[in-house]
Design a protein around this ligand. Sequence first.
Ligand code: APR
Ligand code: ZN
Length: 366
Amino acid sequence: MPKAVVCREVNKPVSVEDVQLEKPRRGEVMVRLVASGVCHSDLSITDGTLPVALPMVIGHEGAGIVEVVGEDVTRVKQGDPVILSWVPSCGNCRFCLVGSPHLCANAGHATGGRLKDGTTRMRDSSGTDLSMMTATATMSELTVVGEESVVPIDPEMPLNRACLIGCGVMTGVGAVINTAKLEPGSSAIVFGAGGVGLNVIQGCALAGAAQIIAVDVVDQKLEFAKTFGATHTINAKELDPVATAKELTAGLGPDYGFEVIGSPTTIEQAHRAIRRGGTAVVVGMGRLTESAQVNALMLAFDEKILTGSYYGGARPLVDFPKLCSLYQQGKLKIDELVTQAYKIDQINQAFQDMEAGKNARGIIQF
Ligand code: APR
Ligand code: ZN
C-alpha cells in the first residue's frame, strides 16, 4: 500500500496514510513518483480556497517512472520517465484542436478529482473512496492516472527537477511566453515572487525583457527574485508598488503586469500599474467568492488588456520537453528553485514553511 497525503477536512493538518491503489484500467498507467512539488494550490485545498470533494489525495506537480500500463495505452511504456500534467486534454474537442489543450472541454473530471470514467483508483484503509487532485494525486508514492495525464521526457532529465515543470515552471514561464507573448526589450512588473512568480520572472528574462520589477511582501522572496532575473524589487509593505513602478518606467508604467498571488488587491494593482495599451495577466487563483474591480471609464480610455493565464497556456506534450531541454542547456533555473526537499511525512512542515515564506519551492522526494 503506497503512502499518500490525504486532506480530510479544511483547516486541519493533512494526514499521511497507507492507501489502497487499484491497478490501471484501460487507457491508464501506474506511475511511481520520484518527487512532487509543494505548490500553493495544494495548500489552497487544505484551507478551502479551492473547494473540492474531500477526502482527497493532494499533489499535482509530480514526476516519476511508469510502472504498469493498462490495456490500449500507446503514449508510454513501462520504465518511461514522465511528468504529470494536471489538465488531461482529450485531444478532440474544439479547444484541443485549436491548440489550447489547457482549456480542454473534457477535462472537468480532473477538477472534480476523478479519472475520466468518473471513478477513483484510491481508497483509504477502510475502503472509502479518495478523490485524486486534478486526476493526478502526486503526493503519493504510487498513483494511477489516464494516459492523457502523462508526458514522456528525456531519460537524462533529473525527475526531482522535472516535477516542477508539471505546474510551477509551466504556469509561470508559459504565462509570459504563451499567454503574454512578451516582446523582447519590454518592461514587466510581477506581483508575487513565490514558486510560480519566480518562474514568471525567469520567463520574462528568457523572453528578453529589459526591465523586470518584482513585488513581494517578504524580503527573502525579493532576494530570490533577483537570482531569477528581477532588475528591480519592491517590498509592497514599504512602498506603493503602482507609484514606484511608474517612477521606474519614466512615468508610463510597465508594458506587462503579472499577478501571481490570486488576491483582488494585487490584481487591481497589476492592472493599474501597466501603461496605456499594456497587458495585465492574472496567473494567481483567487477565491470564487471574491472579485476585482476595474474602473468603468478607464478600461476603454486606457485600452489596457486584462486577461488570465491558466496553466501557462500549456500544451504539455510540446512544452514539457521544451522546458526540460532549456533546463538541460542551463537556460532555465530549476535547481535554484528547489530550496528544500522533504520526506512525505513532513508535509505539514512543508506547508508551514510555505506560509512562512521560507522556500522558493519545496518538494517531496520519495
Ligand atoms: N503583495 C505582494 N506579494 C504578496 C502579497 C501582496 N499583497 N501577498 C502575498 N504575496 C507573496 C508571498 O509573499 C509569496 O512570496 O506572494 C507569493 C505567493 O507565492 P507562493 O505562496 O509560493 O504561491 P505559488 O505557489 O507561487 O502560487 C501563487 O499561483 O498557481 C497559483 O494557486 C496558486 O494562487 C496561487 C498563485
Ligand atoms: Zn500548482
